[in-house]
Design a binder for this molecule. Structure first.
Ligand SMILES: Cc1cc2nc3c(=O)[nH]c(=O)nc-3n(C[C@H](O)[C@H](O)[C@H](O)COP(=O)(O)OP(=O)(O)OC[C@H]3O[C@@H](n4cnc5c(N)ncnc54)[C@H](O)[C@@H]3O)c2cc1C
Length: 380
């Protein structure tokens, strides 16, 4: 891995001649126009000079230090864009008057009073809370890595962080794309018009599922290296933490959290079954497993995102000295937890079943893809 400066620097620190590197174009992109992406050309004239970073032939390892941080940061970027989409959608829905009140049939009301719009808004809010809590949990593991005096604690934090990184990157970025789309839908036709600003969020979110490794690449990493690679051991460690929360919630005095705790335990058992299946099939049917890796990542995102959201709601509800929430945030977290369990966690059943069933159909359909390669690119 090399650092290639624009100007070469002399031994005394003085700026020397221009290096043989130049930017020949800026890309015309779908979004993130505030962050130019450039086409760089090196060594056209006589050879660009670069400074080796780290050790020779260790560049990929060194690059992955940056890459893992970037993947985690994309969880933050996705959360931030989803939060902005959520705020914009709430503001618009509260002010846009369209249609009559469903129950009374009376006067025209703001669209935030329609049940379908409310479900979509709650989905935005609950998903954003879940993503934020999962991402912050990963950030806390980075803190443990950098500050704990206990080697065992640091080692566990490293294992958990390594397992969660593809989930934070993959699931949160996909959630951000879904959230910005849902926000635009709440804006209706106005969302399609640039001046409302929500179209920009849709465009800006889209790249998060692509750069620093696409969602499929995150899913392959999760399944191959993080699950099959250690025979499900880190998943089992995470599962124990999720079960502790589920049991604690089931003893909660708040009926909605108590019920959500039971739903969390059910979702955990479903993802555990899918994980066991992956570990088993990984031995000799890896093609079928990788075909459904993204679906498994999504099931994990919902499970672990839901876990952190429910955990936050139970802390808020408990109201300890170390963790005190305003009554309105406590109510919001409880409502979001209850919804997340009813909507997102209940679908984990279907996702887990799909993981265990759909891979074989993809493998069986191999002839469709081979025909395309044969016709278009027989050498590949
Ligand atoms: C705005 C922008 C900024 C960028 N900035 C940088 C940067 O600063 N530095 C940098 O190095 N790169 C940068 N990139 C590149 C970016 O990281 C890649 O575009 C991204 O990792 C995807 O790689 P690719 O484009 O080669 O797609 P491909 O690898 O060709 O992937 C195409 C499709 O095939 C799938 N696929 C590919 N391989 C596999 C596999 N093994 N298994 C299953 N599916 C697979 C992918 O999921 C995807 O759906 C940037 C890209 C963009 C658009």
């Amino acid at each position: 891995m090399f650092l290639v400066p624009k100007f070469l620097v002399g031994s005394g620190g003085e700026i020397g001649e221009r290096n043989d590197v130049k930017c020949v174009a800026l890309e015309n992109k779908l979004g993130i126009h505030g962050s130019p992406t450039a086409v760089m050309v090196y060594g056209e004239v006589g050879g660009a000079r670069g400074l080796l970073i780290g050790e020779e032939n260790q560049g990929l390892n060194a690059m992955f230090v940056m890459m893992n941080l970037a993947r985690f940061s994309l969880g933050l970027q996705g959360t931030g864009i989803a939060e902005r989409a959520c705020q914009a959608a709430f503001s618009y829905a509260a002010t846009r008057v369209q249609g009559r009140h469903t129950a009374s049939g009376g006067k025209a009301v703001a669209i935030i009073r329609h049940p379908g719009v409310r479900r979509a808004l709650l989905n935005l809010k609950a998903n954003t809370h879940a993503a934020r809590n999962l991402t912050y949990y990963s950030a806390s593991l980075i803190d443990v890595l950098g500050s704990s005096a206990s080697a065992a604690e640091r080692q566990e934090a490293q294992r958990l962080l390594s397992f969660l990184t593809p989930i934070v990157k993959g699931w949160v970025s996909e959630m951000a794309v879904d959230s910005t789309n849902a926000a635009l839908q709440i804006f209706g036709g106005a969302g399609y018009i640039e001046e409302t600003g929500v179209a920009q969020l849709v465009r800006d979110a889209r790249i998060t599922t692509i750069y620093e490794g696409t969602t499929t690449i995150q899913a392959n990493d999760l399944v191959h290296r993080k699950v099959i690679g250690d025979k499900g051991a880190v998943f089992a460690l995470m599962a124990k933490k999720v079960m502790d929360t589920a049991l604690r919630l089931q003893a909660s005095p708040a009926p909605r959290l108590c019920r959500a705790g039971a739903q969390l335990a059910v979702a955990l058992s479903q993802v555990t079954a899918a994980t066991d299946w992956i570990v088993k099939q990984g031995e000799d049917r890896i093609e079928s497993v990788l075909a459904v890796a993204e679906t498994y990542l999504e099931a994990c995102g919902r499970l672990f995102g839901g876990w952190r959201l429910l955990h936050a709601a139970s802390l808020a509800q408990g109201g300890t000295a170390a963790f005190r929430c305003s009554p309105s945030l406590t109510d919001e977290l409880e409502a979001c937890s209850s919804y997340f369990a009813d909507w997102q966690l209940s679908q984990v059943d279907g996702l887990s079943s799909a993981v265990m069933q759909a891979g074989a159909s993809v493998t069986d359909a191999g002839f469709l893809f081979e025909e395309a390669v044969h016709r278009l690119n027989p050498a590949a």
